[in-house]
Structures are given as C-alpha cells and as structure tokens.
Design a protein. Sequence first.
Length: 291
Amino acid sequence: MTNGTPPERGGTELGRYLRARRAQIRPAEAGLLAGTGLRRTPGLRREELATLSGVSVDYYTRLERGRESNPSPAVIDALARALRLSGDAHERLHELAELASGRLTEPHPTTESEVRPSVVRMLEALRPLPAYVVSPHNYLLAANAPGRRLMPGLWDWPVEQRNLTRYLFLHPVGRELYVPWEETVAKSVAHLRAVGGRDPNSPQLAALVGELCLKSPEFARLWDRYEVRERGGGVKTFAHPKAGPMTLTYEVMRLARTAGQRLITYQAEPGSADETAMLSLDTAARSAPRG
C-alpha cells in the first residue's frame, strides 16, 4: 500500500505483517553490513531475513506471499527475533500465524453498538470522572457528561462518524487537544492495527481505514508501518480549549458479554491542578442549560 491508497488486498494478513515489519529493519540493526551498492529494498531483503531466521528463502517467500500457511511456533519465534518484535507485536505474529493456518478462526464482523443500561448507569456513577465506552474500532458508543466535554467537537459529528481515531486525524480540535499529538496518534493507529488483525474482514474497519488513508497522509504513513499495540491504560496530556492543560491517567476495562466494547475512564492526582481542570468538565456540564 502507498500513502493515500486503500489497504493492500490479496495475500494473507500474516504476509502483509511480515512485509511491513521487514521493511522497517535496517541491516545494521540486524547485525548485517549495509554493503556499498544501492539497496532497492527498504529494510531487510527476503533472503536476509530468511538467513537470520534459519529458514530457506523459498519457504519465507511462500510464507510472505500467503502460499505457506502453517508455520510452526518455533519458526514464528525465530522470525520475531529477526524482526526485533516483542510484547504485543510478537503475540500478534503468533495470532496471525494461527489465523493463516486455520487453527484460530476469524471473529465474525459485528455491528453491535448497543450499550447495556447497566453500563450507562455505571458511566453516570463514575462522575465527576470522565468516562466513555468505545467499540473495538474506537467508535464512541456512550459517555457521561464530563467524558463528552473532554473531547470538544466530537459529539457534533453524526453518530456514524464519532470515532476516536477519526477525531485525532480529521477534527481540528482533535489535532490540537493531545500533547504530543504525534505520539498519541501513533498509539491509536497501532491499536487499530491490533484489533484489525483479529477481524481483518470487518467492513466497518475497511471503511474507516479507507477514509483515513485518503484524507490523512499522516494516517496512511503510520498504517503502512504495521505497528501493533493493545491499549491497557496509561497517561495522556491535554491542551483543552476550555479546561486548560491537564495530565490525566486512564484505565481501559473490557466489558463482559459484549463484542469487544471497552470502558475508558480518566482520573487525576487528588488536590492537583490537573484534578481541578478535570473537575471543571463536570462542573460546566452541571451548570449548562438543559433543553
């Protein structure tokens, strides 16, 4: 795939992952001499990766092109070491290998977007903490009042466009809200790649990625890198247009009996300026006129 074009078709998700990650490894990083000639291939060549992994070039080529679909766990581990993959990226390689072999079946695409009433009540009980529920592909499904005010402008979009990754790249406030923006969007795209690997045939994901690749060169560049990362909580810094600057910790919790819905909630150090700024989101919501 090139910038500004839809995702690559054909082959397997495993093959696309291997190609993308191979292109990111410099020969020197793998302990190889770069040589004096001009390299037409970015990153490692197929034969170099095959040698580093201890497999034949023919076998690796068939694996990358989707003609070999049953690599052993030992081969996957060897490829992961050569590609310098660890953590989520290493686990994703194993998962994609199982999908390619048929040992792990792909989840059926889901359109489930309904949030249980009990979860909606829990969102309200979490106030004044900002909290919201998202789908596997980062669509906003529900939020309490401070959660909505945390992301100005997103709720002005039609329901079908309320996506966190879309907001980061295509909304003018989304491009200014998170500090540093580049780090935030890289993590968001890596998460989208992670969930996409489990459900590569999702029409909803294909439509979202296709739109963002066409409208955002930054997204297309990051999508091409094929980095994967699960979101399990952390720290975010905001340059909020109303509440001001604040650094908040967030937790991500998977909701039971749903199609991958996640509850995300934010908090701040008690007594800090960050907490004061965060609490102002709820105060403004309570004082806003209803109607």
